[in-house]
Design a protein around this ligand. Structure first.
Ligand code: UDP
Length: 367
């Protein structure tokens, strides 16, 4: 199959590219505006890489769409801090620019695998109706659960809303014209290459695992729990996620068209406060070395202080993965201990390499 991967240079994209190259048997074209995470794959046989931007290189992208068998669109801003900082940019890329890819696929009759987000579900019904979401676990089902967003003034929801609208447009084109698409809704994937560490990047606001790793490896700040870290997340190891995604892309049984797939590990649920405790313990038990900063404190911080105005959190996200299990014979393998251990191992290995070649000191000095 000739697979066009748009946004191949991001966390999911690079792990997916690695897996598809390892499996072999496909012709891959990877597109991104950054090669940083893909560098180790650029010379791999079977991979054609193009540095292109879906926002500005439409003609070149269209040439690639024309010759593809399937287009996989991973291009997105997918970091909560950005939804608060730059809601217009988030809307523009996640809806307007992605819609151009949809239009090109329609024009050339190409199947599209569109990445969306578990955030389209928004708040749980329990939360929206003032109930305790801890006592009312309501797994999110792709084809039944209503999508509940917070008020407009909490502009965090622009991301969820843009993705939701894109999903609705895909559905509408299928309804009218039989457009062939599948949608993936990722539930908190973590693993190698997820995010940068703020102490190495000179600041920034990545997702929570990287913040906590930063505290463990650099000790420049405590582990901060936004509003006490009481919300739940269920973390999915990237290899499990990629295994499911490959099945959707290959569509071997021909049963993925017009389907939305939750991709997640519902059994890996914990609160963010529990995640902080566990990460601190796993680090001490398996990775701590002489010279590492002392065990960081865990403190609470208000969401306003951490993100600025306009943030509202998702209280709980449990994926109902019945559809992926039934249609794709997929089952996630990694439990939460393995997810934390393996992701931490990646960060620690990278850090130790930097320590060995002397680049850590300068990274710390630059903070
Ligand atoms: N969070 C936190 N401390 C941090 C970073 C994030 O407590 O240093 C919280 C954030 O408010 C949210 C959860 O951790 O409740 C997960 O946030 P993340 O940015 O990883 O992405 P999300 O799962 O919300 O998409």
């Amino acid at each position: 199959m000739n697979i066009l991967l748009l946004g191949a240079g991001g966390f999911i994209g690079v792990n997916l590219t690695e897996r598809l190259l390892k499996d072999g048997g496909h012709q891959l074209t990877a597109v991104d505006i950054s090669e940083d995470k893909l560098e180790h794959l650029l010379d791999a046989p079977g991979l054609n890489y193009a540095h292109l931007d879906i926002s500005t290189d439409e003609a070149k992208i269209e040439e690639l769409v024309k010759v593809a068998d399937v287009v996989v669109d991973l291009v997105a801003f997918a970091n909560p801090a950005l939804y608060v900082e730059d809601p217009v940019g988030v809307y523009d890329l996640n809806f307007t620019q992605n819609l151009k890819v949809v239009d090109q696929c329609r024009k050339h009759d190409k199947r599209l695998v569109q990445f969306s987000t578990c955030e389209v579900y928004g708040l749980t019904a329990a939360k929206a109706f003032g109930l305790d979401s801890k006592e009312n676990p309501c797994p999110f089902n792709e084809d039944e659960t209503p999508l509940i967003m917070g008020p407009i003034k909490n502009h965090r929801w622009i991301y969820a809303c843009a993705k939701q609208l894109l999903e609705r447009v895909l559905h509408a084109y299928r309804h009218r014209d039989g457009f062939r698409y599948s949608i993936i809704r990722p539930f908190n994937f973590v693993g190698p290459r997820i995010d940068y560490l703020p102490s190495e990047a000179g600041g920034g606001n990545p997702r929570v695992f990287s913040h906590f790793m930063d505290s463990l490896l650099y000790g420049t700040k405590p582990m901060q729990l936004v509003d006490g870290g009481e919300v739940f997340r269920a973390y999915t190891y990237i290899d499990d996620a990629v295994d499911c995604i490959v099945r959707v892309i290959e569509n071997k049984k021909g049963n993925c068209d017009g389907e939305i797939f939750n991709v997640g590990q519902p059994e890996n649920e914990l609160t963010i406060a529990e995640l902080a405790e566990r990460m601190r313990d796993v680090f001490d038990k398996h990775f701590r070395q002489e010279g590492d900063p002392p065990r960081p404190e865990i403190v609470s911080i208000s969401s306003e202080e951490f993100y600025g105005a306009g943030y509202e959190d998702c209280d709980r996200r449990i994926a109902d993965v019945t559809k992926a299990k039934t249609l794709l014979d997929w089952k996630p393998q990694y439990d939460i201990d393995q997810v934390i251990f393996k992701t931490m191992e990646y960060f620690v290995d990278e850090h130790r390499k930097k320590q060995a070649n002397g680049t850590v000191a300068s990274a710390v000095a630059a903070v």
